[in-house]
Ligand binder design. Structure first.
Ligand code: ATP
Ligand code: LTN
Length: 337
């Protein structure tokens, strides 16, 4: 166990978990559990960079834990915890804020997108969001961070912050922080909106037709896929998005991520097939992938005590690991400890 490399990742409980979150991140986490020491958290502190309803946030945080387990994360193998239960995240984030430049934060695509979308609430937390994310990752000395494509820029800044800190304080070698690498799935790293296939599928999209929630009724999922925006060419081919194929490419990607085949192979399998039939096949594949997840999710909904106990023990174990890194950092900085 100790010799294994470490994985860290998480999702924010900021909405209904989507097929994009699942194919881009969580599905990948499951397969890594045997080979790595895995730590997965519910990122509630990140979620408050956008206004949340407190009752819903509480419910969604526990729902997210249920989803992790239902998707195949085994709490006996992986460490699961709630971000806000471990004080070191906020503590290290403050320190790292002092080692991150305004210029580099202002280049973050997610900040630009979210500040356009929430123009009435461009808060400092939204701006320093990647610093908290760097703290999450660096506290656990993670080697690998499995995320979707949209988060790779945040992994890059995490690497820059870690290297900067190490180069200032660890000249003699023996770095305080391990410099992590991002890790994306072959297919599904960027699942697009079903309504606007040039935009990322996002759990906080106002249009529920844009995304598939893992908790949607199966009938609703099928209808959403059937009404996914495509093109009028009528050809199932995997070609560049700017040739108008974004919608079909997205359905091919979804099918590829679910079945483990490549987009090209699926395109050749369905070449000559009408869009209606292809959409039906994609919808069936998605429903069959999510059916067992839903059954386990429903089962877990009866076990609130078990879930709360997992959060308690998870937080204790995470706190133990995180405190060790934080102590090293404080010592390097010259804080009295
Ligand atoms: P929000 O809309 O609230 O910003 P989100 O849907 O983008 O949320 P996050 O919590 O930011 O979801 O992301 C959790 C994980 O899911 C990350 O690893 C992220 O890269 C991945 N992810 C999110 N959306 C997609 C997508 N459309 N395709 C693939 N991966 C995705
Ligand atoms: N910002 C991530 C969620 C997140 C995360 C992390 C992912 C917060 N901290 C640490 C990986 C590692 C997102 O998906 N929006």
């Amino acid at each position: 166990m100790e010799d294994k490399k470490t994985i860290f990742s998480g999702v924010q409980p900021s909405g209904n978990i989507t097929l994009g979150n699942y194919l881009g991140a969580i599905k990948n986490w499951v397969s890594l559990q045997e080979e790595y020491n895995c730590i997965y958290a519910m990122m509630d502190m990140h979620a408050i960079t956008v206004r949340q309803n407190p009752q819903e946030l509480r419910r969604r945080t526990l729902d997210l834990l249920k989803i992790y387990i239902a998707c195949g994360i085994d709490p006996e193998k992986s460490l699961l915890f709630v971000q806000s239960h471990v004080g070191a995240h906020a503590q290290l984030a403050w320190v790292l804020n002092c080692y991150t430049y305004m210029g580099e934060l202002s280049r973050m695509t997610q900040f630009k997108d979210k500040s356009t979308k929430h123009a009435d609430n461009i808060n400092a937390g939204l701006f320093t969001y990647p610093v908290l994310m760097a703290a999450d990752i660096l506290l656990y000395q993670a080697d690998l961070v499995p995320v979707g494509k949209d988060q790779m820029q945040h992994i890059e800044i995490t690497r820059d912050i870690a290297e900067r800190f190490n180069s200032i304080y660890c000249k003699e070698g023996n770095p305080v922080f391990k410099v992590p690498k991002g890790f994306m799935p072959k297919s599904g790293a960027k699942v697009m909106s079903l309504a606007e296939p040039t935009k990322k599928m996002s759990k906080s999209d106002e249009n529920p037709k844009a995304y598939i929630s893992l908790l949607d009724d199966f009938g609703v999922m099928v209808n959403k896929i059937k009404s996914a925006v495509t093109d009028s060419e009528g050809k199932i081919e995997y070609r560049p998005d700017d040739e108008g194929k974004a919608g079909i490419n997205n359905l091919l990607t979804i099918m590829a991520a679910v079945t483990g085949n490549t987009e090209e192979k699926i395109a050749s399998e369905y070449a000559g097939c009408g869009y209606g039939d292809f959409k039906k096949a994609v919808a069936e594949a998605v429903v069959e992938e999510l059916r067992p997840i839903r059954a386990r999710y429903d089962e877990l909904s009866k076990s609130k005590d078990y879930l709360e106990e997992l959060c308690r023990t998870g937080a204790e174990r995470a706190d133990y690991i995180a405190s060790k890194t934080l102590k090293k950092v404080y010592k390097k900085l010259g804080f009295l400890i």
